[in-house]
Design a protein around this ligand. Structure first.
Ligand SMILES: [Zn+2]
Length: 179
């Protein structure tokens, strides 16, 4: 691959408003024909799966409202390659626009024949508990924010997300009981 980095930005309505040359070259190398009509469209048109949309929406909201920026590893495999990338997602200070910058960390050709199941990737057979009140996630008994959950559960390194199970965390439960 010749593209080492790419970036794109969304406005306050989550519409793609800017994409750099790397974005278009990356799209071309991956045979993604629709890239030229990306601008103006909703980011969420490009995120596959309801669970993934939900988690990424929470993440973007948290970046805008709380943490400012987050850096996460993610997998972006092509037909013939396995890719490890890092993405930095950052809100513009004082604004609602969000910039996504992805950088290639490692790439390797797939060996033939491909195994049916990639042993490195946890299978999406489990469910993840999330709190419907505070949008935190249960990671081995500890309730953590979305970016921490994404890191520890490798949410963006999986081909699909586990099902989300909506409940209430002990903190929120206590708060409601006390109210
Ligand atoms: Zn909660």
């Amino acid at each position: 691959m010749t593209v080492e980095s790419l970036s794109y930005a969304i406005d306050e309505q989550d519409h793609l408003v800017r994409a750099d040359e790397g974005y278009y070259r990356f799209a071309e190398e991956n045979g993604w024909d629709e890239a030229s009509t990306s601008l103006g469209r909703s980011l969420w048109d490009y995120v596959a799966g309801e669970e993934m949309k939900k988690v990424q929406r929470i993440l973007v909201r948290r970046i805008r409202d709380e943490v400012g920026s987050v850096e996460l590893p993610f997998r972006c495999d092509g037909p013939a390659v396995r890719r490890k990338m890092d993405i930095r997602i950052a809100a513009r200070p004082g604004g609602r626009a969000v910039l996504f910058s992805a950088r290639l960390r490692a790439e390797e050709e797939r060996e033939e024949p491909q195994p049916l199941l990639n042993p490195e990737v946890p299978r999406a057979e489990d469910t993840i508990d999330m709190c419907g009140w505070c949008d935190r996630f249960d990671v081995e008994g500890e309730w953590v924010e979305v970016e921490e959950a994404a890191r520890r559960l490798e949410l963006f390194n999986r081909p699909e997300l586990p099902a989300l199970s909506h409940g209430i965390c002990p903190d929120c439960n206590e708060m409601l009981l006390a109210a």
